[in-house]
Design a protein around this ligand. Structure first.
Ligand SMILES: C[S@@+](CC[C@H](N)C(=O)[O-])C[C@H]1O[C@@H](n2cnc3c(N)ncnc32)[C@H](O)[C@@H]1O
Length: 350
C-alpha cells in the first residue's frame, strides 16, 4: 500500500492552480448572464424554463448558467425543480434596474483581462506589448467614454462611498470649503463629498472631454453653484488655487512625472490643506500583492507607473507634504488600494 502522508480530505498542493483555471468559467458565466440581461428577470423566483422563455434562450443552457450563478452565490435556489432569484449582491449591482448597476464595468473588465491574458505570451517571447494609445485625442475620447459608463458605475457602486468615508473622517472636513477632485472622471466623488458637507464646493479637474461628462453629472445633481468641472491636462496645465481638500484616486499611474504633479498639487493647496491619494501599490508580501499584480498588468504592460509599496509616500515627503499617514487595503473597484493622507504645512505660504 502507498502511504498517504496527508489526510485524504486536505486539498492537493495543485488545488490553487486548478481553482485559477476554474475561475475563468465563473467569469464567462457572469459575462453571458450580463450580456443576456439575466439578472433583470430574477427579482422574484423563476425557473430556468421561464427565464429561457422570456429571453429566447435554450432552457437547458439557462439551467446550467443559473446553477453556476448559484454556485457563485449571486442567486439563491429554491425547490427540487429549482427556481432561482437574485441574492442582494446581484439585485444591487447586477440588475440593470438598480441605481448601482455595475454590469457594463464588469464586462469592460472582462474584455481587458482576456485581451491582456491573450497577449502575455507575445510579450514574454518578443517583448511586444499593447502600446499605450499613441493618439492623444483618441485616448482622451476613450477616457470620456469610460467616464460615462464604467468609471461612473464604479464610482456609484464603490468609489464615492469610500471617498466620503475617508474624507469625512478627516478633522478638517467640516471646515473645508474648496475641494479639488484631480482626474475625477464623471465627478461623482466630488458630488458625493459636496452632498456630505453643505459648505463644500470645488472643482473636478479632467481632460476637457471627460470634464464635459462631469459637468452633466454636476448639473443633474443640482450642484452647479458649488461645483465646476475644469478641462485641462494635469501634467502640464495650472490646477487652480486655494484648495483645502484634494482627492486623487487612480490618476498618478497616467502622468509622466509624478514628483512634478505632486509639487503643483501642493502649490494649489491652502496651508494646512489635506491631500488624499488612493492608488494600487505593488505590496511587498505575495498575498497582498496578488490582486494588484493581476489588475494592473495591462497598465504595466503599457509602461504606466504602478509604484512599489512606500514609493508614493516617499514622493509625497520629497514634494514637501508632512504628516503622511497610510491606510492599506482600502476597498476600491477591482483591487484594494493604499490611501495616503498628507498635509501641506500650515506655515507654508500659498
Ligand atoms: C482610472 S481613472 C480614475 C477616475 C477617478 N479618479 C476614480 O478613481 O474613479 C483616471 C482618470 O484620470 C484622468 N486623467 C489621466 N491623465 C490625465 C491628465 N493628464 N490630465 C487630466 N486628466 C487625466 C482620466 O481622464 C481618467 O478620468
Amino acid at each position: 500500500m502507498i502511504p498517504c502522508p496527508e489526510p485524504v480530505t486536505s486539498p492537493h498542493a495543485l488545488q490553487a492552480c486548478w481553482d485559477m483555471q476554474l475561475a475563468g468559467v465563473g467569469a464567462d458565466a457572469l459575462r453571458v448572464a450580463l450580456e443576456c440581461g439575466l439578472f433583470a428577470h430574477l427579482a422574484g423566483y423563476a425557473s430556468p424554463g421561464e427565464v429561457a422563455d422570456r429571453l429566447a434562450l435554450d432552457a437547458a443552457g439557462a439551467g446550467y448558467v443559473l446553477e453556476l450563478l448559484w454556485g457563485m452565490e449571486l442567486v439563491e435556489r429554491d425547490g427540487a425543480a429549482p427556481r432561482y432569484r437574485n441574492l442582494p449582491v446581484a439585485a444591487r449591482y447586477l440588475d440593470p434596474a438598480s441605481g448601482q448597476y455595475c454590469g457594463d464595468a464588469l464586462l469592460f473588465r472582462h474584455r481587458v483581462v482576456r485581451e491582456v491574458g491573450a497577449g502575455l505570451g507575445d510579450r514574454l517571447r518578443t517583448g511586444a506589448g499593447r502600446a499605450a494609445n499613441p493618439d492623444a485625442a483618441a485616448a482622451r475620447r476613450a477616457w470620456a467614454e469610460a467616464a460615462r459608463t464604467q468609471i461612473a458605475q464604479e464610482q456609484r457602486a464603490v468609489t464615492a462611498e469610500v471617498a466620503v468615508g475617508l474624507l469625512a473622517a478627516l478633522p478638517e472636513f467640516r471646515q473645508a470649503t474648496r475641494l479639488l477632485d484631480l482626474g475625477g472622471g464623471p465627478g461623482l466623488v466630488a458630488i458625493a463629498a459636496a452632498r456630505a458637507q453643505p459648505d463644500l464646493g470645488g472643482v473636478v479637474f479632467e481632460y476637457e472631454e471627460a470634464a464635459a461628462v462631469a459637468r452633466e453629472h454636476i448639473a443633474a445633481a443640482g450642484l452647479s453653484r458649488r461645483l465646476s468641472a475644469v478641462g485641462g491636462d494635469l501634467a502640464t496645465d495650472a490646477l487652480g488655487e486655494g484648495f483645502d481638500l484634494v482627492w486623487c484616486s487612480s490618476v498618478l499611474h497616467f502622468v509622466p512625472d509624478i514628483p512634478d504633479v505632486l509639487d503643483r498639487v501642493r502649490r494649489a493647496m491652502r496651508p494646512g490643506g489635506v491631500l488624499v491619494c488612493c492608488h494600487g501599490e505593488l505590496r511587498a508580501e505575495a498575498r497582498d500583492a496578488w490582486r494588484v499584480l493581476q489588475y494592473y498588468l495591462p497598465l504595466r504592460m503599457q509602461g504606466r507607473h504602478v509604484l512599489a509599496e512606500g514609493e508614493l509616500a516617499c514622493c509625497l515627503a520629497r514634494a514637501g507634504f508632512i504628516d503622511i499617514q497610510r491606510i492599506d487595503g482600502v476597498r476600491f473597484p477591482v483591487a484594494p488600494v493604499t490611501a495616503l493622507i498628507a498635509r501641506k504645512a500650515r506655515g507654508e505660504g500659498e
